[in-house]
Design a protein around this ligand. Structure first.
Ligand SMILES: [Ca+2]
Ligand SMILES: [Ca+2]
Length: 405
């Protein structure tokens, strides 16, 4: 008898029961920090590596240029994207892998390829099934390309060797315009905690100025209805066109998006030479790129700092020298209670996992643990921290509390 598990049909009770890290804020004021705490405004990027690693790191599996992962609520499965174009269903119990069929044609190269994957518990597609969102770079005409986000349902047949496929795939959003080059797609996706909106980071495609222009959706954070429609209460909805999609502007390359326990949206953003940022993303906010940055152009040409003007919203944390922040997760789970109400961000060039404590609408740098290049961070169903390294032969790592001996 064929047992067919459709992730889209999982019981809402299971989904709620396995939600993990989303309930409550309440940081623990008695927590011990293992590195110096530095107020964001004082930061010159001299965060010292933490001397202790209060976790055990287990290598769980290997992937080829992985970019993102997400857990399937109520199952032992995770989905992992590989930038060259594979979507893999990974069973965390036995480490088996199944390649998911139905992934659209992607344009792979440079920073582009298959991107983010997000499961949206409680969000229903047209057929009443829970939705999955996938981002990727799609080819355009004349050597152009741009990021796209599609919604689909996932069907898993876990009999025999298993199989999995995407159904009813629909593109709900595209970068506009498509341009040449293979950088700064960003294309992270975050579902709002209330499930009513999705947010997409849309990078500046290495052109800078589009981030301040309202007739393109590059260098912006986008807010859409679950089906891709435009919410009437978006800040620039009355302008129509792509401006109606825009939630915030003045961004460069945002590779991390995470909601915290209070429903605040945080975005990590790669700056130019120096000037990496984490921003608290607010409705209609202008975050300054390319007019201001705490970094410099790669030519060495200076850029006015955020502190030189109050026209733009400054970051809540920044780094100079760069760490190249990538995937980011909110942590509030039981396994590491000392890190409640924190952001965990992977660093690429910085080769680290960094932790920032959330204090209201501010961030405090707390820990910086040396690693290899870290592309993606997730909180697992039991509160373990999962990391995807970057590049060829990248490892999937599971961090659990170090047992006392
Ligand atoms: Ca993820
Ligand atoms: Ca900025």
């Amino acid at each position: 008898m064929t047992k067919c598990l459709t992730a889209a049909l999982l019981s809402p009770i299971l989904l709620i029961g396995c939600g993990g890290a989303s309930s409550g804020a309440g940081g623990n004021s008695s927590m011990t920090e293992s590195s110096a705490q530095t107020a964001p405004q004082d930061d010159e990027g001299k965060t010292s590596p933490s001397l202790t690693m209060p976790f055990t790191i287990t290598e769980v599996a290997g992937f080829n240029k992985p970019w993102a992962m997400t857990f399937l609520p109520g199952t032992s499965y995770a989905l992992v994207t590989e930038k060259p174009g594979k979507l893999i269903l990974f069973d965390t119990q036995d480490s088996s892998k199944v390649e998911v069929s139905g992934v659209p044609t992607i344009d792979y190269g440079g920073q582009g390829g298959l991107g983010d994957i997000v499961i949206a518990p409680g969000m229903l597609d047209a057929n009443g099934r829970h939705a999955l969102y996938l981002s990727y770079v799609e080819p355009g005409s004349g050597g152009t390309r741009g990021a796209a986000v599609a919604r689909a349902a996932l069907e898993i047949d876990d009999t025999g060797n298993g199989s999995a496929k995407l159904l009813n795939l629909q593109v709900i959003w595209r970068q506009d315009p498509k341009v040449t080059g293979r950088g700064h797609f960003s294309h992270r996706i975050a579902v709002a905690p209330d499930g009513r909106h999705i947010f997409i980071s849309s990078g500046d495609r290495q052109m800078g100025t589009p981030a301040q222009e309202m007739n393109v959706n590059l260098g912006k954070i986008i807010r859409l209805k679950p089906d891709g429609g435009i919410p009437a209460d978006n800040p620039f909805a009355s302008q129509g066109g792509v401006a109606a999609q825009i939630w915030s502007l003045g961004h460069r390359n945002m590779l991390g998006l995470a909601f915290d326990g209070d429903g605040q949206l945080w975005a990590s953003e790669m700056g130019p030479m120096g000037g990496d940022e984490i921003n608290l993303v607010q409705r209609g906010g202008n975050y300054g790129w390319p007019e201001v940055s705490n970094g410099s152009h790669y030519s060495g040409e200076p850029i006015p700092d955020h502190s030189t003007t109050n026209r733009f919203t400054p970051p809540q944390a920044w780094w100079n020298l760069s760490i190249s922040p990538a995937g980011m997760a909110y942590y509030n789970a039981p396994l590491f209670p000392q890190w409640h109400n924190s952001l965990l961000a992977g660093a690429l060039s910085g080769k680290a996992l960094v932790r920032l404590r959330i204090e209201g609408s501010r961030l405090v740098k707390a820990d910086h643990w040396p690693m290899k290049r870290i592309r993606e961070v997730e909180t697992g169903p039991d509160g373990a921290i999962w990391l995807l390294e970057d590049g060829n032969n990248a490892k999937l790592l599971k961090l659990t509390p170090r047992s006392e001996s």
